[in-house]
Design a protein around this ligand. Structure first.
Ligand SMILES: Nc1nc2c(c(=O)[nH]1)N[C@H]1C(S)=C(S)[C@@H](COP(=O)(O)OP(=O)(O)OC[C@H]3O[C@@H](n4cnc5c(N)ncnc54)[C@H](O)[C@@H]3O)O[C@H]1N2
Ligand code: MOO
Length: 419
């Protein structure tokens, strides 16, 4: 997606201090334009073992019946007709067909011999010696059912899960381990996917250290350990990570580096002499699509488009503020860049009261759980902009609207990228 043509219909920038819902929509549209203006192919087949987190570029169909043969669903005996049954020597693997009144040992998953009309579970069968004299020589023992056996009982018929040609998954599906397992069972080796957007991280700050207990005035980096996983969860992949101090020239170089579709920067979004994101974007000639968001925390966040079309998401340095800005801008950008719709917000009932905060959304880390009245959202404690304890125990951000909430009110929840 590098060296893009200038987009023909760039997203209308959200106004300075964009409303939270408008910032999400602008970010989603900007992400979508990464696909629409890409020069390189964005559709590619990917082997199953590499497909986790990719998005399907086309529908996927079953090429065969699933399962493709009729099999036993239980350990026991394959039987034909009504009992009692004469039990044949060997097992279902060595028996091609049964006649009415015959049975043979079978294990779960084995193909059924021809003529089998049911499977009798081990625990529901009783063996007795067959009367001597009149047998065929093959029949050794008589099998009785201890309870009635229905026609086709415990048989997994061919095609029960899917018929050949049936659609299994739709274009736009975000591939989880469950999809990969189902694709493997369907006998597929590759899946058609969209190329995963390449993300470059730019972590700023003279005071940031990456190991051990930070000294006085220093902080331990909160972003390096989490952003790659968070980006993956949102549908991108981190291909590059650069650490820079509070330096203008270094910021210009890092924000302008090629080979990526999206840059995610942390820190330096403010207006002090130590904050270089805004001047660097200006020097790069980048267009600001979102210039601050009317939200708390995270309001200094920015979304910009470079002259080559790549997007820059600038997250504030305060760690919780950065995560709130990431789900607001990063989730929608990466959804758009993989042809998915704007991430769906979950509804829950707030357990807490929030006073009005005119003009601003609040993003509050919260835990979701359920009771008979539905999904409940309990806001975390320790939720200041520079704190992370509350987030660690949470599964979403509540998007508290400017008018506030009473306990029991419905509220939109933004899932965390790793839930
Ligand atoms: N006069 C004003 N000051 C501030 C305002 C304002 O409106 N007027 N806004 C505040 C808000 S809100 C935020 S958020 C921050 C934004 O700060 P920056 O994006 O410029 O970030 P820094 O100044 O570089 O750092 C802020 C804070 O975050 C810590 N930080 C930075 N990187 C990391 C990291 N990798 N891991 C952990 N913590 C990090 C940094 O040490 C600072 O404590 O500005 C407010 N100020
Ligand atoms: O984005 Mo700032 O909190 O609002 O820390």
């Amino acid at each position: 997606m590098s060296d893009r043509r200038p987009p023909e219909a760039p997203p209308r920038p959200a106004a300075g201090n964009a409303a939270w819902p408008a910032a999400r929509e602008t970010a989603h549209l900007a992400g979508r334009q990464l696909i629409d203006t890409a020069d390189e192919p964005v559709r590619q087949p990917v082997g199953l073992e590499d497909a986790l987190g990719h998005v399907l570029s086309a529908d996927v169909h079953a090429t065969n019946e699933i399962p493709h043969f009729a099999a036993s669903a239980m350990d026991g005996w394959a039987v034909a007709g009504d009992g009692p049954w004469q039990v044949l020597d060997g097992d279902a693997r060595t028996t091609t067909s049964l006649s009415p009144g015959e049975g043979v040992v079978i294990v779960t998953g084995s193909p059924l011999p021809g003529g089998a009309t049911a499977v009798l579970r081990r625990e529901r069968g009783r063996l007795a010696d067959a009367p001597r004299g009149g047998g065929t020589g093959e029949a050794r023992r008589l099998l009785h059912a201890t309870e009635p056996v229905g026609h086709l009982a415990d048989i997994r018929p061919a095609g029960r899960e899917a018929h050949a040609g049936e659609r299994l998954f739709s274009a736009g599906t975000f591939l989880t381990p469950g999809h990969l397992a189902a694709a493997a069972v369907a006998g597929l080796d590759e899946l058609p996917t969209l190329r995963v957007p390449r993300v470059g991280l730019v972590l700023t700050g003279d005071e940031v250290v990456t190991a051990g207990l930070p000294g006085h005035g220093l902080v331990r980096d909160a972003f390096g350990p989490v952003l790659p996983a968070a980006v993956r969860g949102l549908g991108g992949t981190v291909v590059d990570s650069t650490r820079i101090g509070d330096d203008h020239a270094a910021t210009v170089r890092a924000l302008g580096a090629g080979g990526v579709d999206v840059v995610i920067a942390t820190g330096g979004t403010g207006h002090s002499g130590a904050d270089h994101i805004r001047p660097a974007l200006a020097e790069l000639g980048a267009e600001l699509l979102v210039d601050q968001i009317a939200m708390r925390p995270g309001h200094p966040a920015l979304l910009a488009r470079r002259c080559d079309g790549a997007l820059v998401i600038a997250l504030p340095g305060n760690p919780l503020a950065a995560m709130a800005a990431l789900v607001t801008l990063g989730g929608p950008v990466l959804a758009g860049a993989t042809a998915r719709s704007l991430p769906v917000l979950r509804r829950a009932r707030s357990t807490e009261r929030f006073d009005p905060l005119p003009g601003r959304y609040r993003l509050v880390p919260a835990r979701l759980d359920g009771d008979e009245s539905g999904v409940r959202a309990s806001a975390a404690t320790h939720r200041g902009p520079a704190m992370l304890r509350g987030l660690a125990d949470s599964s979403c951000f509540l998007a508290v609207p400017p008018e506030g909430l009473s306990p029991g009110d419905g509220v939109d929840c933004v899932p965390l990228p790793w839930t």
